[in-house]
Design a protein around this ligand. Structure first.
Ligand code: HEM
Length: 205
């Protein structure tokens, strides 16, 4: 099997997790308590040795194979969605390394519950939010941009009269809209979230 095929298969595993992870973040629109309740329930599914070993193994493989594919493809990618796929893939690889390191350090060294407050401490603190807004925003949009790029290559037919290019534009736009909704929830309707004192270590207080 080629590296490209394996990259595609491990990408499907990771997409399964990201689907539930982003749905979880979407629940922050209802309330912080609801976000935490949904995460507590979802953790029964993904916080176990087997699931996490498969997920983290798939991500490690995805990052290494993705960086190889990036080096190989970056010069030959010419069309808009080819370029979007290649560059969003690079961002996702960097994001995965930073995001997972942060979660694992938070959980095992800082002994924090890596819940809603852990995720949004920086996002709700000035001037750290100047980094966290593009950091998280680009991650969600890159995820959808990457899928839009793959869709544009693989899809060969129109749906409801919409060309594969148009369909990929719609996928990208869903990513942009989801980012706005998720940010609305994670920042408590843009008014800000009060971070409990045990998370002060994350925001230099
Ligand atoms: C809106 C921005 C995001 C925030 C605030 C956020 C926050 C978090 C938090 C708090 C955790 C720990 C979960 C737990 O302890 O149960 C986590 C885990 C994780 N996140 Fe995110 N995340 C965001 C976006 C993303 C995106 C876009 C991706 C992928 C492209 C991603 C991938 C992951 C992965 C793979 C884990 C590890 C799951 C595990 O094994 O525990 N996150 N994130």
């Amino acid at each position: 099997m080629t590296i490209k095929k394996l990259h595609y298969i491990s990408g499907l595993i990771i997409t399964g997790f990201i689907g539930i992870h982003l749905t979880n973040h979407f629940y922050s629109i209802v309330s912080v308590e609801e976000h935490i309740r949904v995460m507590d329930n979802l953790r029964h599914l993904y916080r176990n040795l087997y699931f996490e070993a498969i997920l983290l193994g798939a991500i490690l493989f995805q990052v290494i194979s993705g960086l190889k594919l990036f080096l190989f493809k970056r010069k030959t990618a010419i069309l808009f969605f080819e370029r979007l796929q290649v560059w969003s893939g690079l961002y996702l690889a960097i994001f995965f390394i930073i995001h997972l390191s942060a979660v694992l350090v938070g959980r095992h060294f800082l002994q924090l519950d890596t819940n809603f407050y852990f995720g949004v401490a920086g996002l709700n603190t000035f001037p750290l939010n100047l980094v966290f807004i593009p950091y998280y925003g680009l991650a969600i949009m890159s995820f959808f941009g990457h899928i839009a790029g793959i869709h544009n290559t693989k899809m060969k037919r129109n749906v409801l009269g919409i060309t594969p290019f148009g369909q990929s534009i719609i996928i990208s736009m869903i990513g942009v809209c989801l980012t706005v909704f998720v940010f609305y929830g994670l920042t408590n309707r843009f008014r800000g979230v009060t971070i409990p004192s045990e998370y002060n270590v994350l925001i230099g207080k």
